[in-house]
Design a protein around this ligand. Structure first.
Ligand code: GDP
Ligand code: MG
Length: 361
């Protein structure tokens, strides 16, 4: 893979440079505004190209070069998009003056929080103003309970091993790739990807493709001995990310099977992926089903796919598990954040769309 830095006055100009130099299959790793607000303001884009793909396939796809500049160009899981505004990069989002920004946010959320009758057993409908006040107080108490925890090394000499678990389709594989990108490309860690997902045709190809683009080792474990063997072979890694096959949270054998696979591998930290789009009852079933694995923390996915966050907020607040990471879109590696307590507090008060807008401004 070749990674290059591009700088131009505007995002469209920078994207043109990327396309010209790396073609339409380039992967955008980061984008930021330099000297923001000054006359010297520039846009910096870090982009990468899988060299093998370029060598082997670009000549066979001459028509792709003719695409109009307005159309997004896609290849596999990599997408070049032309952002409407210049969004801050993940790093900027996390390191910006968050507390100050969040303090400015006014609380006017009217969305799907419980009605007054749900609040601590209140029976009669409350006057509107009182109702809003009480819901807000109750909601703020819930939000206060939410904890945050990132990757923790139990033993610094051994690789950290995390396993993404959760129901089908919550975004485990996509998040595994985002985590790999974050820890490898941003944190400089030596990352290995392992897949246990042999149930679906193409499931392992998805992870292998991400691994190939990032030049990371990737192995597929078909039997539980394979998993232990693969972990043993990658003891020089800083971080091993295991992608698991999802199943219905109502499947009685799934969690036992996962526990059985993890048992011979010392130090596996399961991270439970919960989608913000999941119904309240199903969320609580998922948390209770996966409790047997003692997940280390939660990954909240698909925050962009809903505007009703009360169910996931209540679920997160009522479990004892901290939140580790957040995802808010399909783009790898962009749509990913390392969880941050002030951000989560504000997010559950305001929702993703408001927060995204706040961060861009
Ligand atoms: N909108 C949105 N889609 C996502 C997100 N994470 C994953 N997806 C999409 O959800 C679908 C299932 O994702 P996948 O990683 O295969 O889920 P898995 O079955 O849990 O491994 C794919 O189309 C992903 O692109 C997210 O944060 N937001
Ligand atoms: Mg998967």
């Amino acid at each position: 893979m070749i990674i290059k830095r591009f700088e131009a006055a505007t995002t469209p100009q920078a994207m043109q440079l990327v396309k010209k130099a790396l073609g339409e299959d380039a992967v955008i790793f980061s984008q930021k505004t330099l000297d923001k607000g000054t006359p010297a303001q520039r846009v910096e884009i870090m982009a990468a190209m899988d060299y093998d793909l370029e060598k082997n396939e670009s000549s066979a796809r001459p028509a792709a070069q003719e695409k109009t500049a307005d159309k997004p160009a896609t290849y596999g899981y990599a997408t070049i998009r032309r952002p409407k505004k210049t969004p801050a990069t993940r790093v900027e989002r996390q390191q910006a003056d968050l507390p100050e920004k969040f303090a400015k946010l006014l609380d006017n959320e009217e969305e799907k929080w419980p009605q007054s009758t749900d609040v601590k057993g209140t029976e009669a409908p409350l006057p509107k103003a009182l109702h809003r006040q009480q819901v807000k107080k109750w909601r703020d108490e819930l939000i206060d309970k939410i904890q945050v925890e990132h990757l923790t090394s139990d033993n610094p000499d051994d690789p950290d091993i995390i396993a993404l678990v959760g129901p089908t389709g919550v975004g485990k594989t996509t998040t595994a790739a985002k985590l790999a990108a974050w820890y490898h490309l941003h944190q400089g860690k030596k990352v290995t990807l392992l897949s246990m997902d042999c149930y679906r045709i193409g499931a392992t190809d998805q992870l292998r493709t991400y691994a190939r683009i990032m030049r990371l080792p990737c192995e597929v474990a078909v039997r539980k001995e394979d998993l232990a063997g693969a972990v043993a072979r990658h003891q020089d890694a800083d971080l091993i990310i295991i992608d698991t096959a999802g199943k219905s949270p109502y499947d009685p054998h799934h969690v036992d099977e996962l526990a059985d696979w993890f048992a011979p591998v010392a130090g596996v930290q399961p991270l439970l992926c919960l989608s913000a789009t999941t119904k309240k009852e199903d969320l609580s079933q998922i948390v209770s089903s996966y409790q047997a694995l003692a997940p280390r923390s939660l990954i909240l996915t698909k925050l962009d796919e809903t505007r009703a966050y009360a169910a996931i907020c209540q679920q997160v607040a009522s479990t004892k598990m901290p939140v580790g990471y957040l995802t808010m879109g399909q783009r790898v590696p962009e749509d990913f954040m390392v969880a941050d307590k002030p951000f989560l507090d504000a997010f559950f008060k305001k929702g993703w769309s408001v927060m995204a807008q706040e961060m861009v401004n």
